[in-house]
Each structure stands twice: as structure tokens, then as C-alpha cells.
Design a protein around this ligand. Structure first.
Ligand SMILES: [Zn+2]
Length: 412
């Protein structure tokens, strides 16, 4: 196995089982009775403990893993965790039998989140988002994607992205930011979707690109979101600013948003319950990642399953994420998503764990540096009190995280 010069090692783990996740979703890439060395925040060596090359005992901190398991730090590649207010009131009204119209009249739905997010200060948004990020982090998450999309005006979209950036200074988590101005039509643009797309492309996007507030642009391409033509205008604008592309598509109907995104070499298409075989093939050809969101499937009591067998057959990478948001997935637990990916979507535990490690990284364009235990990759490492990797998916409610390292430094 490749090794950098041993005298530079700072930390060496011994007596630990490694789930390297080097093999996609085919297996955990297990190295039992393994060892892993860290140098300057990167993985410098890994292999069988018996194969550790000689090293200077005085210079290297040796950590006994006591037979625990190590995986790459988890990656939650799709969240909306910065938002104002919450929708518990609407949740309760629905369960009391109130109609959607009554809920809308009471100011419910995404409108209520947009109103609350516009009203909130940066400090208030930061304070409400922090416990959500903390909950993910405590479960082994070291990288999170956060979308805007509850401002729907230039000032608030920028405010959300700034807050998402500020979270990275509060917790040792890598934050990737996504501009989702085309999430919904704000009420002041009722029946003027094209005009709103003008605002997204001509005013919001240039400012966000100039201030480097986002890496990626996303669109909700759906009957209740934006049509194909509007979606393509946003993609085309994103491309002109050199921003990566993602799409929320085929969640409620098969509109063709995924195939369109494939034409723009999008990183991922997310939700995709209603994706056709042609759409799956387009994803495979464009090497896109399918991001499945079992929390929204569960919370909305959806019954249409994503085309998992077709994704497998076409060799499309599958990622799993929380989709944390106040309307359809108020669930800040990636561990629960692992369980739901298996119970609701019938993924194997190896597929589910690949979905929050190597393929979570792929969905964010980070597959060359995160999501695997590989020499040269960032030393984002989660150490677990488990006897086999499948336990991460099987049991829920007892957090098995033993310790967490971010770029080689112990953070939990
Ligand atoms: Zn979403």
C-alpha cells in the first residue's frame, strides 16, 4: 500500500477495523485488525496492523482503537437546515383534519417559512440552525451541504448563504453551499414565474457568484416548482458563472428535469421517486449521483419508490441525505436516514453507508478528497462502538459514535 514518509506521521490508530468505503456500494472495503496513520490532516497510511512500517514511537501519538470500527466521517449532501420559524402548527392542523386550503389561509406552507426567514436576523438564523447542525455532527457528520431557498428575494437568499457560511466557524464541519433561489415562487411574483426567474438569473446569481457565497445552484423542477424552460434558464446562467448544478426533480411527477440536468453535467438529481428508465440512463451517461431522501418520503407518506433497481442496473451512484427542512423532513438525523434507506428503500447496509460516505462526497463534487479511507484523503474519521458496519443501519436511538476526527484533529 502506498505510504508517505513515516517520520511525518502525527497520529497512528492501531487495533481498529476499517470500513474504507473504497469499493462504492459493493462492499464496505473492510480491513480487519487495521491501522491508519494521519499526517497534516490527511490519511498518510492505512493497512493491516501487522504491516505497519517501522516508526518513531516518540514522535507519533498512538491511539488504541480497542477493536472498534472506523468509517469516513459522514456526509449529509442535501439539507435546508437554515430557515426561520418552524411548521409544527401546520403539522398539528393537518393531523386535526384541517384542509390544505384552511392551512394555507392560516399562513401555512412554504410561505410561512419564507415570511419567518425574511424576518429573522442573521444572528437569529444562525442560532436556530446551530442545534440542527450540532445534531448531525454528534452522529458523525463532518461535511454538510446547505441550500438557500427560503428567502426568494435577493437580500434574504444572500442572508441565508452567509449564515450557512458562518456555521462553518461554529462547528468543525465542512459546509458546501447551494443557491436554491428557484425553490418556489414568492407570493409577490404570483403568476409571473418568468419574471421571477429573471430576478434569479440577472440579479441574485451574479451577486452570489461575485461574493462567492455558493458552489452550486439548484432548482426545484416540478409542476409546483419551475418548468423545464425556466429550469434550463437557471442552469445556463449557473454555468456562465462557473457554478456546479443540482436539481430537485421527479419528486411528484416525471417532468424530465433529471435528463435536462444531465445535459448540463449536473452533480446530482435529488428525490427522483417518479424518474423513468430513460432518466436513469441519462444520469448514468452523465455520471450523476442519485440523492435519495428517505426522510421526506417518510414524512409525506409517499408510496412511489425511487427506481432503485434501475439505478443499480445502470450503475448510478446512490447517495442518502436528510433533506432537513421545516416542511417535508424536519429530521436532523443521518443515522435515522441509514435505517430508513434500508427499511423504506430496501438498500443494503453497504449501499446505505456508501450513500453517506463515498457517494455523499460524489454528490458534492468532493470524491477526490472525502468520503473514503484512502491515502491522501482528508482525515475526517468517525470511530464507532459497533461490532459490524451493518449496526449503523440496523439499530437506531443509541448513538454508537465513539469519537470523531476532522482533518486529523479530535473534535468529539
Ligand atoms: Zn430538498
Amino acid at each position: 500500500m502506498h505510504t508517505s514518509h513515516k517520520s511525518h506521521w502525527q497520529t497512528l490508530w492501531i487495533n481498529i477495523h476499517l470500513a474504507t468505503m473504497n469499493d462504492g456500494s459493493n462492499s464496505y472495503g473492510v480491513i480487519e485488525q487495521g491501522a491508519l496513520a494521519i499526517s497534516e490532516g490527511k490519511i498518510a497510511w492505512l493497512g493491516k496492523e501487522q504491516d505497519i512500517p517501522p516508526f518513531d514511537q516518540h514522535q507519533v501519538e498512538v491511539i488504541d482503537g480497542q477493536g472498534r470500527w472506523m468509517t469516513p466521517g459522514f456526509i449529509d449532501c442535501h439539507t435546508h437546515l437554515v430557515y426561520g420559524g418552524n411548521r409544527a402548527n401546520e403539522f398539528e392542523m393537518r393531523l386535526q383534519g384541517k384542509s390544505y386550503q384552511e392551512i394555507a389561509q392560516a399562513g401555512g406552507g412554504i410561505v410561512s417559512t419564507v415570511t419567518a426567514t425574511r424576518k429573522a436576523t442573521e444572528a437569529q438564523l444562525l442560532a436556530s440552525a446551530l442545534p440542527r447542525l450540532m445534531a448531525l455532527h454528534r452522529e458523525g457528520v463532518t461535511t454538510v451541504e446547505i441550500k438557500s431557498g427560503y428567502g426568494l428575494d435577493t437580500l434574504t437568499e444572500i442572508k441565508m448563504l452567509k449564515v450557512a457560511g458562518q456555521l462553518a466557524a461554529k462547528l468543525p464541519v465542512t459546509i458546501k453551499r447551494t443557491f436554491l433561489g428557484a425553490h418556489a415562487l414568492p407570493i409577490e411574483y404570483k403568476d409571473q414565474a418568468d419574471d421571477y426567474i429573471d430576478l434569479v438569473c440577472d440579479e441574485m446569481m451574479p451577486k452570489i457568484a461575485e461574493q462567492q457565497l455558493a458552489d452550486t445552484v439548484d432548482v426545484f423542477c416540478e409542476g409546483i416548482g419551475f418548468d423545464l424552460k425556466q429550469t434550463e434558464r437557471v442552469f445556463s446562467s449557473a454555468r456562465s458563472y462557473g457554478l456546479a448544478i443540482k436539481v430537485h426533480a421527479e419528486q411528484l411527477s416525471d417532468l424530465g428535469g433529471t435528463a435536462l440536468a444531465a445535459k448540463y453535467q449536473a452533480l446530482s438529481s435529488d428525490h427522483i421517486e417518479f424518474l423513468s428508465l430513460d432518466g436513469v440512463k441519462a444520469m448514468a451517461d452523465a455520471d450523476m449521483t442519485a440523492v435519495l431522501l428517505p426522510g421526506a418520503f417518510y414524512f409525506l407518506r409517499e408510496t412511489q419508490l425511487p427506481p432503485i433497481d434501475a439505478l443499480r442496473k445502470q450503475g448510478v451512484a446512490i447517495a442518502i441525505a436528510t433533506d432537513v427542512n421545516p416542511g417535508s423532513s424536519p429530521i436532523c438525523s443521518l443515522q435515522l436516514m441509514l435505517n430508513m434507506a434500508c427499511t423504506l428503500f430496501k438498500l443494503t447496509p453497504a449501499e446505505a453507508i456508501a450513500g453517506v460516505t463515498c457517494y455523499g462526497a460524489k454528490a458534492l463534487g468532493l470524491s477526490a478528497s472525502k468520503g473514503q479511507l484512502t491515502v491522501g484523503f482528508d482525515a475526517d474519521l468517525a470511530c464507532w462502538n459497533i461490532e459490524q458496519p451493518a449496526e449503523l443501519c440496523y439499530q437506531f436511538g443509541v448513538n454508537p459514535l465513539s469519537s470523531l476526527f476532522k482533518v486529523g484533529i479530535k473534535v468529539l
